[in-house]
Design a protein around this ligand. Sequence first.
Ligand code: BGC
Length: 373
Amino acid sequence: MRNILTKAVTVAAAAALALAATGCSSERDGQSTDGRTGGGTTAKGFAADSLIGVALPSKTSENWVLAGDLFTDGLKDAGFKSDVQYAGASATVADQQGQISAMLTKGAKVIVIGAADAAQLSTQVKQAKESGAVVVAYDRLITNTKDVDYYVAFDNFKVGQLQGQALLDGMKAKKPKGPWTVELFSGSPDDNNSAVFFNGAMDVLKPLIDKGDIVVGSGQSEVKQTAIQGWKAENAQQRMDSLLTSTYNSGKTLDGVLSPNDTLARAILTSVKGAGKPLPVVTGQDSEVESVKSIVAGEQYSTINKDTRKLVAETIKMIKALQAGKAPEINDSKSYNNGAKIVPAYLLPPVIVTKANAAEAYANDPKLAALTK
Ligand code: BGC
């Protein structure tokens, strides 16, 4: 009897503990990892017609243009007021800093930020914190500050891995046995994503480079040597032009180019065409219209589908939870250390697209699906 009672008590105690632990962890999900609630507004919510600020970088790729339109419409449909701004083409950092401050002055309750420069926003996000607003980093992480509450993005490391694998698959399909000669490109150094994409790709490529199966023709394989300032097409075209002159003028074949996105992929292809050389396998990202056409035409080899509609919808879902005083859903609390804290994240899965699966990959996207017919 005593034994049974002890057991019953133990079971009840364990259940109570488990309940407490669950409560604890779901509450923890709603907090910054340093224990503070998101902006102090998480617990109490805010008025359903509040102002939401959305500060996007300059329009360096189509996804940003799309995101702005989707935020304007989606926030309106959800009953919020919105202020959606882009950093200009030059003075991007100062533009964005000023825009965020202005949104806070107008009383925004949440600031969604696609950072123009990951490391240059600590003053503005601190200002957000002090005014009680929640800061959501959108697509690009904001670094070296504790004042970022959440991160919503596609899994950027996975994007890089898919790009590395696509480069390899594409080269194998053309020439089954290595060694393959490649060049590597990465994005703008002020965008935190650039190194993450590159590291993801190198996760696949580095072991093959070490074995000698893949050779970086120019020898430029450090992320710094491969970076394209401002994600600008002209900078990528220029770098490719000089690589072709320095390394591929005496008959060496270039089998593949790791390109971090579609804008740069098309610039690289333009450079190679201009030099009259055979087209290498070139990767990309973003599913931009011109690149999807190029893939279907057999020029660019691959892209990544990061459906902006889903990313914006996920962000608005997060804002609605915050408005209602609930903890937003998080599915990653370990991957994104911004140098000051691990930022709780909601990550979506990216999809690799080549000519072989384009129709299937864009089946739910009428604009892109039409290009695959
Ligand atoms: C985004 C990419 C985009 C690039 C340039 C990155 O932060 O994740 O999708 O191609 O910025 O705009």
